[in-house]
Design a binder for this molecule. Sequence first.
Ligand SMILES: NC(=O)c1ccc[n+]([C@@H]2O[C@H](COP(=O)([O-])OP(=O)(O)OC[C@H]3O[C@@H](n4cnc5c(N)ncnc54)[C@H](O)[C@@H]3O)[C@@H](O)[C@H]2O)c1
Length: 377
Amino acid sequence: MSNNIKLGIIGGGKDSLIGILHRVASGMHSKYEVVGGVFNTEIQKSLQYAEETGIPSERVYKDLDSLIAGELSLPDEEKMQAICVLTPNYLHFSMAKKLVDNKFHVICEKPLTTTYEEAQILEESVRRSRIVFAVTYTYTGYPMVRQMREMILRGDIGKVQKVDVQYYQGWINPIIHDPEKRAKTWRLDPEISGKSCCIGDIGSHAYNMIEYTTNLEVKEILADLNYLYGDNEMDVDGTVLLRFSEYVKGVIRSSQIATGEENNFRVSIYGEKAGLKWEQENPNYLYLLQDGEPLKTLKPGHAYNGELSLSGTKLPPGHPEGIFDSMGNIYHGVAKAINKEGYDPAEFPTIKDGLRGMNFIEKVLESNKQGNVWVKL
Ligand SMILES: NC(=O)c1ccc[n+]([C@@H]2O[C@H](COP(=O)([O-])OP(=O)(O)OC[C@H]3O[C@@H](n4cnc5c(N)ncnc54)[C@H](O)[C@@H]3O)[C@@H](O)[C@H]2O)c1
């Protein structure tokens, strides 16, 4: 039997968007072995998926409760050690809580839960159980995002004075105008998605990215959300003004009705000495802007990058690092934490980031509901 971390997967079946990313990324650094899971609500589909992907069928369970019971009955050296939760949002809290209470390490998709209250309860359980709990804000694993953080923290751009993060998608546009399609989309159903669609799904990535790259905490927000139709309960677009302090301000512009946009996530951080810009659709380029200087483009794998960035780059310069690599880096960091090896806390987002994300989502909704007023985080 290998010494790799035994990983179980909940959700993420063949029909899912995110399952393949976790499955491939977890194998990237030879630190995990997928030993089973519950990939779907129907066991037959889960078994079929296991067969197609080479996962042993013996530990494919019908639901999470059977998985926990089955795994706890195994000798320690065979048991799943970590489990990733890749189901729709409303299941994250109950599933993650059961896993944490039974001492499994957890890698959970974002948003962490559907309410801030649930997130607080979960955080308390994690603190008590001392397991490793990661929340996959996927984009923090890109080498040039890590580089952005390293440069900002060591003062390359000077004191941060302006933050502008845009996350534009257009996929809800063909859905929102058609009531039938709208009713079939779980991200637009508050029972499944939670209280917010656009801010919960992608605005939360933007918020996390700001705190990750700058280490600054947003202190106050003012939000203006768009629901587009009176009978639609879920935001599909939102602009959020941010105040870090009296003289450090910013904005998150997020939309899922930005017609024709794919996954246009851009992070721009401006300091008194320079600016840095990064775009998810071209993740190998980090742009450095300076007064009176030509634009500089930094790329992965070069010795001018910092240790955190270089440790997340597997091939020499010129070999693009994409989203699978980014998620692979997060899984690698989590493996180090589980194995009690030294690691940089910036290698993976934790329950604290998930909790802050849920607070942000609720405060955005509060600000919007109260008539677009400033709300303290
Ligand atoms: N980190 C990112 O960038 C990113 C990107 C996309 C999705 N996500 C998150 O990942 C999660 C899943 O999103 P998705 O788009 O893959 O959803 P999806 O609807 O495409 O897939 C969900 C999967 O979960 C399975 N499932 C549902 N209920 C289950 C249950 N009770 N037990 C076991 N399996 C069950 C479904 O069969 C399906 O395979 C969401 O929380 C979403 O926010 C994150």
